[in-house]
Design a protein around this ligand. Structure first.
Ligand code: SAM
Length: 399
């Protein structure tokens, strides 16, 4: 039931993960959950806002909308922001950062609008007090998110601060790893039961394996993170440290210690070294192990499980090599991965054809700006045998 202290929030996500995020929210106890494009709205109280930031695996940030207005041009935008009494929300000692997301033909430059909004706020303070709040793009006490959809403008406080994909477990000097929110989304979309084997045989810096380990043992994704935007809030919903500690301790108490097999393979020794370091930093080195090897030689444990691969998409490879790599994945699934549900995420639709297997599911997802498919190939225990029979049948028919 809706409580008096409940308010509306919006969790932002990656295109394709909206349903997954909505399920996460429902499981956490959110109310009024509604799915939108790249976002899910819900209601809850302050404690739930802390919990959402700490526990949501597929949210990029949690916003608290506080004001909406219609916008027609730059002047009406400035005037509408000036008309808000900003002292209700902040004082001159607060520091400010503004992010604008545009989905409208009225404007072209989001950064310019952020500047305008900042001008409107600081001009108001200067006119009243002769002083103005300063800007801090890194760790402001208040981060405001402006969303313009056609002529609708929504202002929201950003409770997360830095994007929630920055879990805090990763060494900063890295290659081009997959976003942690996307990696967690892949594991949740795969329907992995958390107890059977989990394998990423092209693991790169290990992100998918680490997110799988966090999911398997109920470790909140924000466990390692040292900073959230809401910790610096003073006037609106001032930071309640005691409540935060209660929420944090309750989540940590739910961490389990199962010992399933989470295995990674990586062809490059240097990259594998990086993956091992990250796995240590995430403190999941007791359940995740990495081998330097080509996927085709990966020793697959008997039984059932899930395989998720984020292979090279081929931007820096010639076509023959990329075709060969995708063919190898399909052949290796057939040969060595009987009993496993095998998933590939890629933006390369031509290369997908080389896998040579019929996918049982195709999910559209975005990896940064790249539109991808997340394809599922179910390899039944007897696939190897069936494959041999099929080959034999084809041969017989030829002869
Ligand atoms: C796109 S990256 C994976 C990124 C990873 N998901 C992460 O978060 O860092 C693909 C990885 O596959 C590895 N790779 C390419 N061919 C391979 C093969 N035949 N066997 C194993 N690994 C391979 C590459 O070295 C690279 O690290």
């Amino acid at each position: 039931m809706k409580q008096e202290n409940d308010f509306k929030m919006i969790a932002k996500t990656i295109f394709g993960l909206e349903e997954t995020l909505s399920n996460e929210l429902l499981r956490l106890g959110a109310k009024d959950v509604e799915v939108h494009n790249r976002a899910v709205s819900f209601t809850g109280d302050l404690g739930f806002m802390y919990k959402a930031n700490l526990c949501l695996r597929t949210a990029l940030r949690v916003l608290v909308p506080f004001h909406t207005f219609k916008v027609t041009d730059e002047k009406s935008f400035y005037d509408s922001i000036s008309a808000i009494n900003w002292e209700d929300y902040m004082d001159v000692t607060d520091t400010l950062a503004i992010d604008t997301v545009l989905n409208s033909d009225l404007f072209t430059h989001s950064q310019y609008l952020s500047q305008k909004a900042k001008d409107a706020i600081v001009d108001q303070f200067r006119a009243k007090h002769g002083e103005r709040p300063s800007v801090d793009l890194d760790k402001p006490t208040i981060r405001i998110n402006i969303h313009i959809y056609n002529t609708d403008c929504t202002l929201a406080f950003d409770s997360s601060g830095e994007s929630l994909h920055k879990r805090g477990y990763r060494d900063k000097t890295n290659l081009a790893p997959i976003n942690e929110v996307l990696a967690a989304g892949l594991v949740l979309l795969s329907g992995w039961d958390k107890r059977t084997n989990f394998i990423d045989p092209m693991c790169g810096s290990g992100t998918i394996l680490i997110e799988a380990a966090l999911i398997a043992n109920n470790i909140p994704p924000g466990y390692y993170r040292e900073d959230y935007g809401f910790e610096r809030w003073k006037k609106v919903m001032p930071f309640d440290e005691q409540l935060w500690n209660t929420i944090f301790d309750a989540a940590v108490n739910k961490i389990t210690n199962h010992e399933q097999k989470i295995l990674g393979g990586e062809i490059s020794p240097n990259v594998a070294k990086k993956a091992k370091e990250n796995i240590k930093l995430a403190k999941v080195d007791d359940i995740v192990s990495i081998k330097v090897c080509d996927m085709k030689d990966f020793e697959v444990p008997a039984g059932k499980g899930v395989v998720i691969i984020n292979p090279p998409y081929g931007e820096r490879m010639d076509k023959d090599n990329i075709d060969e790599l995708y063919k190898m994945m399909g052949d290796t699934f057939k040969k060595n991965f009987g009993g496993y549900d095998c998933w590939i995420l890629s933006s390369n639709m031509e290369a997908f054809k080389q896998v040579g297997l019929r996918p049982s599911r195709k999910i559209v997802l975005f990896n940064g700006p790249l539109e991808c498919r997340f394809m599922k190939y179910e390899m039944y225990q007897g696939t190897k045998k069936i494959h041999r029979l099929e080959e034999g049948y084809k041969k017989q028919n030829k002869e």
